[in-house]
Design a binder for this molecule. Structure first.
Ligand code: FDA
Length: 304
């Protein structure tokens, strides 16, 4: 009950446009600096380099919520391109994660497609991979359709599938051959479209990972859940899945000791590194999914 209230509270903050806009002026606050790698490309590249030195790779995400105009979407596109160029120049090992709403999908589909093409062209030119993040359910079909369309021309693109959605097993089958990151899902979805119980979400998570691996497709296992990770490791051993067919992924700032122990066991580990001024919505979603993370916020608040 308290957990549900806390989840609803933080999700409503995450969706509050005025607070998101105001927070851009506060700078990284309330402990957010532990989970967001600064506000500039330089700070993000530094975070990647620190991880690379430990044998860990990354994917960068330039944070951005509530994009309503073509100017804002073009600005976001340019920033992604600048980030890819900075990655190539620095020679660090990282890809880029993007969001279709940030690049203008809700404004004009063709315009958004063109923006993504420009990003994919730059990435391809530098041998870099781009992941299209999965957003809320209302954008799921578009994300999948666009990923399939781009994958016909580009080999450096993949997307994300959420295990809380009822439709996901079918989607994984339809995305055979396309690199997928499997996650549980970070948005508030209705029981009509999404499992609500942890056990159902976890059971589906394992089904999706197993299906994509057995389909012979590259799979990123993105979770901080040690129980699920152990089960996936077991499955991989039993089925002799080669190490170049999968990787583990976690979010910047969460469960660091586990990153290192997976690397020490010889697994490929990638950290998702968000950066930029628009940190509020991302941070509130992290607080919503794990009430214990709230201690970050209070420690950050009282240390001001
Ligand atoms: P979950 O939060 O369900 O925790 C399960 C258990 O793991 C806990 O009960 C606890 O025992 C343990 N645990 C978890 N976190 C811990 C911690 N910090 N310390 C100690 N124990 C901990 N979502 C989305 O909708 N679209 C997307 O594109 C992405 N992209 C993405 C990329 C990457 C790299 C990751 C890791 C996640 C995402 N997500 C996402 C978010 C994802 O959907 C999900 O909300 C979070 O990962 C939380 O679910 P977990 O599986 O990590 O564990």
């Amino acid at each position: 009950m308290i957990e549900t209230m806390s989840k609803n509270f933080f999700m409503s903050l995450a969706n509050n446009k005025s607070l998101n806009k105001a927070a851009q002026k506060w700078g990284l606050n309330f402990g957010a600096a532990k989970v967001v790698a600064g506000s500039t490309i330089d700070s993000a590249i530094k975070a990647v380099r620190d991880l690379n030195n430990k044998g860990i790779v990354a994917t960068l995400d330039h944070l951005g919520e509530f994009v309503y105009t073509k100017e804002e979407a073009l600005e976001a596109t340019d920033y992604c391109i600048k980030t890819l160029e900075a990655i190539a120049e620095a020679g660090v090992k990282t890809g880029l994660s993007i969001k279709i709403t940030q690049l203008g999908l809700d404004i004009d589909r063709e315009f958004c497609i063109n923006n993504i093409k420009n990003i994919l062209d730059t990435a391809k030119q530098h041998g870099l991979f781009v992941r299209i993040d999965m957003e809320d359910f209302s954008h799921c079909q578009d994300t999948i359709d666009l990923t399939k369309m781009f994958h016909e021309t580009y080999d450096n693109v993949g997307t994300v599938i959420q295990s809380y959605l009822h439709r996901s097993l079918q989607d994984v089958q339809g995305l055979k051959g396309i690199p997928l990151r499997i996650v549980k899902g970070a948005y508030k979805e209705s029981p009509q479209v999404a499992y609500q119980e942890k056990k159902d979400i976890d059971d589906n998570y394992l089904k999706l990972v197993k299906k994509h691996l057995l389909n012979g497709s590259y799979t990123a296992i993105a979770s901080h859940d040690h129980v699920l990770i152990e089960k996936v490791k077991q499955f991989i051993k039993e089925n002799n899945i080669p190490k170049d067919r999968f990787e583990f992924q976690m979010l910047y700032g969460f469960r660091k000791p586990m990153w290192e122990s997976l690397v020490n066991e010889g697994y490929k580990m990638r950290i998702y590194i968000p950066f930029g001024n628009d940190w509020f919505g991302y941070y509130m979603r992290r607080l919503a999914e794990r009430p214990q993370n709230v201690s970050f916020a209070f420690k950050g608040f009282f240390s001001k």
